[in-house]
Design a protein around this ligand. Structure first.
Ligand code: SME
Length: 154
C-alpha cells in the first residue's frame, strides 16, 4: 500500500479513538501506538514534552520503541531544533546532523514535528526515527502535521 493510503487510514483511526478525549497523555499514547503499528519503518515513535519546571528542556513522554533519552535541551539534537524553531525538521541522515543525539545507534533518519495546543503554545515535539536513510519526505510531514494539529489543537 502507498504511504498516503496508510496515513489516511491511520489518521481516521486516530481521530476516531481520540474523539472527545482531552487528556494529553492518553492522546500522545494513542498517536504513538497507532502510527508505530502502521509503518514498519517507524522504529522509535513518540513525544518529548516541554518540561514546565525546567527552562528550554524537553522530557520524554509516551513512546513506542527502544529506550529513549530522558531529557533533551532545546539547544541539542533534532528535537531541540524543532522546539526552538517551531518548525518540522526532516533529517535524511542523522549522522550528518550537527548535535544529533544518538539514543539508539540504529537510527539513521528522522522527522520531528512540533506540537502546539489550541492557544498555539508549544507543548511537545513528536519524533519518529527510522533505521533507514531518507525515510521521511514532504508526504510524511503533511500527514504528521495534520494528525498532530487535529489531535492536540482541540
Ligand atoms: N533523535 C533525537 C533524540 C531522541 S531519540 O532518538 C529517541 C534528536 O536528536 O533530537
Amino acid at each position: 500500500m502507498q504511504k498516503e493510503s496508510v496515513y489516511e487510514q491511520t489518521y481516521k483511526q486516530i481521530l476516531a479513538v481520540t474523539d472527545g478525549e482531552n487528556n494529553v497523555i492518553a492522546n500522545m499514547a494513542t498517536v504513538s501506538c497507532l502510527l508505530n503499528l502502521a509503518f514498519e519503518d517507524y522504529f522509535w515513535t513518540g513525544f518529548y514534552v516541554v518540561d514546565p519546571e525546567k527552562e528550554r528542556e524537553l522530557v520524554v513522554g509516551p513512546y513506542q520503541g527502544t529506550l529513549g533519552c530522558l531529557r533533551i535541551s532545546y539547544d541539542r539534537g533534532v528535537c531541540g531544533a524543532a522546539a526552538r524553531t517551531g518548525e518540522t525538521q526532516i533529517v535524511e541522515n542523522v549522522h550528518e546532523f550537527p548535535g544529533h543525539i544518538a539514543c539508539d545507534s540504529q537510527t539513521n533518519s528522522e522527522i520531528v514535528v512540533p506540537v502546539f495546543n489550541k492557544d498555539n503554545e508549544l507543548i511537545a515535539v513528536f519524533d519518529v526515527d527510522s533505521t533507514k536513510i531518507s525515510t521521511f519526505d514532504s508526504i510524511d510531514q503533511l500527514w504528521l502535521e495534520k494528525i498532530i494539529n487535529n489531535v492536540f489543537k482541540k
